[in-house]
Design a protein. Structure first.
Length: 220
C-alpha cells in the first residue's frame, strides 16, 4: 500500500486495493455469519458515541454500515456531550449484561468530564473488541492468543497476507509500526481462539471490515 500511486509505479512497489479487499472480506464474512445464524447465534455489536465530534460521527456511521452489510445485530447509542461519567458507566454495565451484545466499542475521544481509562476498563474484557482492557493488552503483549488484538494493524496485516507479502519481504525490511509489531507478536504465538463453529479467519476478516471479530459471540 503506497500513499502516492505515481511514486509506487515508478519505484516498482505493489499497489494494494484496500477497498476491493474490504469488499471481498465483507462478502466472505456475510456467508459465514449467515451460517452462524442458522445455529441460533447472531453476533451483536454496540457502538457508543458521546458528543458530536464530526470525525467520530463518520467513523460510527461506517461501523454501522459494515455491520448491516455483514448481517450483524448492531446498536449505535448516541449520548449528549454533557453526559456524566456515571451515566456512561451505567450504560456500559447494561451492555455488559445484554446477551444480544457480544462486542462493545466506546468511540474516542470522550468529553473531558469522563475518565477515558475508567470507561474502557469498565467494558467486560470478553466484549472488549477494541482490545483496550488492560487484561487484553497484557495477553497480546505476552503472546496469549485469547486476548483481543489491537484493531489498527490487523487490516494492514490481512491485506499483506492476501497479497502474499511477508512482513520482512523486499530488499529492505519495511518499517513496521509499533502497533503492527505488537500484533505480529501475538500472531506468531498462535491464532486467536475461537469456537469450532467459527473459522479463525474471522478474526482478520472482521477487523478488516469493522475492526471487530465475532469471536466473542462464541464465548457465551
Amino acid at each position: 500500500m503506497h500513499a502516492n500511486p505515481s511514486v509506487a509505479l515508478h519505484t516498482g512497489a505493489k499497489l494494494i486495493d484496500g477497498n476491493a479487499i474490504a469488499s471481498t472480506m465483507r462478502a466472505e464474512l456475510a456467508i459465514e455469519i449467515a451460517a452462524l445464524k442458522k445455529s441460533g447465534v447472531t453476533p451483536g455489536l454496540a457502538v457508543v458515541l458521546v458528543g458530536d465530534n464530526p470525525a467520530s460521527q463518520v467513523y460510527v456511521r461506517m461501523k454501522g454500515k459494515a455491520c448491516a452489510e455483514a448481517g450483524f445485530y448492531h446498536e449505535t447509542i448516541k449520548l449528549r456531550k454533557e453526559t456524566s461519567e456515571a451515566e456512561l458507566m451505567a450504560l456500559i454495565e447494561r451492555l455488559n449484561a445484554d446477551s444480544r451484545i457480544h462486542g462493545i466499542l466506546v468511540q474516542l475521544p470522550l468529553p473531558p468530564q469522563i475518565d477515558t481509562n475508567r470507561a474502557l476498563h469498565r467494558i467486560d474484557l470478553r466484549k472488549d473488541v477494541d482490545g483496550f482492557h488492560p487484561e487484553n493488552v497484557g495477553k497480546v503483549a505476552l503472546g496469549d492468543p485469547t486476548g483481543f488484538r489491537p484493531a489498527t494493524p490487523i487490516p494492514k496485516m490481512s491485506a499483506r497476507s492476501r497479497w502474499a507479502i511477508p512482513p520482512d519481504s523486499g530488499p529492505r525490511r519495511p518499517t513496521v509500526s509499533s502497533s503492527c509489531s505488537f500484533a505480529l507478536g501475538s500472531r506468531r504465538a498462535g491464532r486467536t481462539r475461537s469456537c469450532s463453529a467459527v473459522p479463525t479467519s474471522w478474526d482478520d476478516r472482521w477487523r478488516g471490515c469493522c475492526c471487530w471479530t465475532p469471536r466473542a459471540a462464541t464465548r457465551r
